[in-house]
Design a protein around this ligand. Structure first.
Ligand code: RB5
Length: 142
């Protein structure tokens, strides 16, 4: 898959870890930054990732900040983005199955890199179920 990654400084180390993991698994990764642990503003990285998802330049986005909430709020300002805060494997799976999520937001200061890897793996390997969930996700946009 073609996957976009973005983080602020709080998520930088997790982003680098996931980048290595995803490339090792054979995915094509586009890195939207940040590129160091220097303090930055999460919207500056979340918005370009969201734009790439909407434009279908990447199939899936993964975004990280300290709580995951800042990047989640930013990406969800983009029409067509369904960003979700994922802190467990089951949440990662259900947000794909039921919500057709296209950006997985991770709380880098509250989960380990290995937990993040397992969540991302469940997120990427689970398809949207459609059916009764299709009309529900169509009602999200306003
Ligand atoms: C950075 O200190 C922190 O505020 C940010 O990573 C994020 O948690 C905001 O939502």
């Amino acid at each position: 898959m073609k996957i976009g990654l973005a983080s602020d400084h709080a998520g930088y180390e997790m982003k680098q870890f996931l980048l290595g993991m995803l490339e090792a698994l054979g995915h094509e990764v586009v890195d939207f930054g940040t590129n160091s642990k220097d303090s930055v503003d999460y919207p500056d990285f979340a918005h370009p990732l969201a734009e790439a998802v909407v434009a279908k330049k990447v199939e899936i986005g993964i975004a990280m900040c300290g709580t995951g909430n800042g990047v989640n709020m930013a990406v969800n300002r983009h029409k067509g983005v369904r960003g979700v805060l994922c802190w467990s494997i089951d949440i990662g799976r259900l947000t794909r199955q039921h919500n057709g999520a296209n950006i997985c937001c991770l709380p880098a200061r509250f989960i380990s890199n290995l937990e993040a890897a397992a969540i991302v793996e469940s997120f990427l390997s689970t398809p949207f179920e459609g059916g009764r969930h299709q009309k529900r996700i169509e009602k999200i946009e306003c």
